[in-house]
Design a protein around this ligand. Structure first.
Ligand SMILES: [Cu+2]
Length: 277
């Protein structure tokens, strides 16, 4: 793949109560029309501190449903391995994998092998483009997010157009989950409040379990998967019936918001699509 002029801007924004929200913005120009609207890079991206993440698949090109080992090597500006990472919500790296239409979402935790090398075995569910976001924190440094696009061969799943949900309520695992957003407007601080009820009895749910050290985690992407926000709750120790997150959408547009929670030992992922004026 030939690419011209890839600009990568990474800005850490203090958005959440624990100050751990990060925005990455990628603007890219490509001769490849297919990828034009899905930020991309060459597998190596450098931020202003010079930290690089080199993504590799042991099987490249990869086919849909073919399990492969993925490696993410973190290097400093001199190309030397970054060896020490702070735990961020119990993990040294969080890896988010989405399909281009954002219909497929996976949140995984690569294994740290030492010397800046993270590995994970995974498969991609259908042909097409996927974007990976590696979220990590070299010791003593700010949180860093690096992204990479991979393409799987094979039959593509029909693309699902991203439509704002008319109703921000969903039932998952017998739990009715509602999302309310106040001040839904670009560039403004707002609260995202999830409310949990028993889907059958409508009784409030108060026994959510900590998941990765907090009542929940929220990952937000804009429709082009250029803007990545990872938001942690205002009150991490809540167990329901509410979980509140404070964030800010950088610009107007359509965003997909995945909330992740845990109850009875099961992780619940609930996606909603909103239009931010
Ligand atoms: Cu994670």
């Amino acid at each position: 793949m030939k690419k011209i002029g890839v600009i990568l801007l990474t800005a850490a924004l203090l958005l959440s109560a624990c100050g751990k929200a990060t925005t990455t913005e990628h603007s890219a120009h490509s001769e490849n029309k297919e990828q034009e609207h899905f930020g991309h890079d060459s597998g190596e991206s450098t931020d202003k501190e010079g930290i690089q993440a080199v993504f590799k698949l042991s099987t490249d090109p990869i086919q849909a449903n073919q399990e492969t080992e993925m490696t993410i090597q973190i290097l400093d500006k001199d190309g030397k391995s970054v060896d020490d990472f702070d735990l961020n919500h119990e993990k040294k790296m969080h890896l988010i994998l989405v399909s281009q239409d954002l219909s497929y979402y996976k949140h995984i935790h690569p294994t740290y092998q030492g010397k800046g090398l993270f590995t994970i075995r995974t498969a991609l569910p259908a042909g097409g483009n996927y974007k990976l976001f590696a979220d990590f924190k070299p010791s003593g440094q700010a949180q860093i997010v690096k992204s990479h696009v991979v393409k799987a061969g094979g039959e593509a799943a029909p693309a699902i157009a991203l439509q704002p949900d008319s109703k921000l309520t969903a039932a998952v695992n017998g739990i009715e989950i509602s999302l309310a957003a106040d001040h839904l407007m670009a560039g403004m601080d707002l609260n995202l409040t999830y409310t949990f009820k028993d889907a059958a009895t409508k009784a409030p749910i108060t026994n959510l379990q900590p998941y990765l050290g907090a009542v929940g985690h929220v990952v937000i992407l804009d429709e082009k998967a250029d803007l990545y926000l990872h938001v942690h709750p205002v009150d991490e120790k809540s167990s329901g019936p509410e979980a509140k997150f404070k964030t800010s959408f950088p610009k107007s547009g359509i965003y997909k918001i995945w909330g992740e929670f845990q109850r009875d030992g099961q992780v619940i992922t609930v996606p909603f699509v909103v239009k931010v004026p």
